[in-house]
Design a protein around this ligand. Sequence first.
Ligand code: GDP
Ligand code: MG
Length: 222
Amino acid sequence: MRGAGGVGKSSLTVQFVQGVYIESYDPTIEDSYTKEIEVDGRACNLEILDTAGVAQFTAMRELYIKSGQGFLLVYSVTDKSSMEELMAIREQVMRIKDTQNVPMVLVGNKCDLTNDRELTPEDGIEVSKKWNKTPFYEASAMYKMNVEDAFIDVVRQIIRKEAQASAPTRSGSGAQPKEEQPAAKSRKPSESVKQPPPAKSSTVADAKKAKKLKKKRKCVIL
Ligand SMILES: Nc1nc2c(ncn2[C@@H]2O[C@H](COP(=O)(O)OP(=O)(O)O)[C@@H](O)[C@H]2O)c(=O)[nH]1
Ligand SMILES: [Mg+2]
C-alpha cells in the first residue's frame, strides 16, 4: 500500500452510510452519499464526499475543499507515509478555507491490523496535539470501530461553528479574531430552523418536505 490511496476512505464512508464493510471498493470511484443523522438530538442531512486518490493539488481537490464544511483526514495505521501526506492536505484545507478554524477530525484507520502497524495511537495523539487538538480517532472500517463517532464529531464541529458565526459577537465575550463569513453558499438568509409538520396530519409528503427543509451539512473525506 503506497501513498494516501488505500487508507480506507471509501470503506469508512460506506460503513458509516450503509453499515456494511466492502472488502474491495474500486479505488478510483469518487462518490457522494447522503445520510440523515441525529447529532445531539438534532436531525440533519449529511452529505459525504468520498474522494479518490487523485493527485493532491489538483483543481478538483480544491473544489472539494471549497465545497466542504467539515473534513475527515484519514491515514492508515499500517502506513506511515499516509500520515505524512496528511500534513500537506491539512495545510491545503486551511489555505483554501483561509482560516485555522476548520471542522476537522484525524482518523487513523485499520486499527484492527495490530501486526501490520507502523503507527501507534500515541503517534496519532501527537499529530492531534500539533494540529491544535484536532479530535483524533483510531478506527476500523472493518469492525465498525469509532466510525460513527468520527463522523458525528465533524458534524458537531460544523454545527458549533455555524452557531458561533450567527451569534452576536459584540458582547466581547471572546477575544478571538472575528471569524470569517461562512461561505455564501451555506448561508441561508432565512436561517430558519424549520418546524416538523404537525404530527396529526403527518403524511408521507409532509415527511419528505420536512426532510428537504433540514439543513444540509457537507463533509469531505480526504
Ligand atoms: N483490515 C482492514 N482493512 C481495511 C479497513 N478499511 C479499509 N480496509 C481495506 O483497505 C483497502 C483500501 O480501502 P478503501 O476504502 O478502498 O481505501 P480508499 O482508497 O482510501 O478509499 C481495501 O482493501 C479495504 O478492504 C479496516 O478498517 N481494516
Ligand atoms: Mg476510495
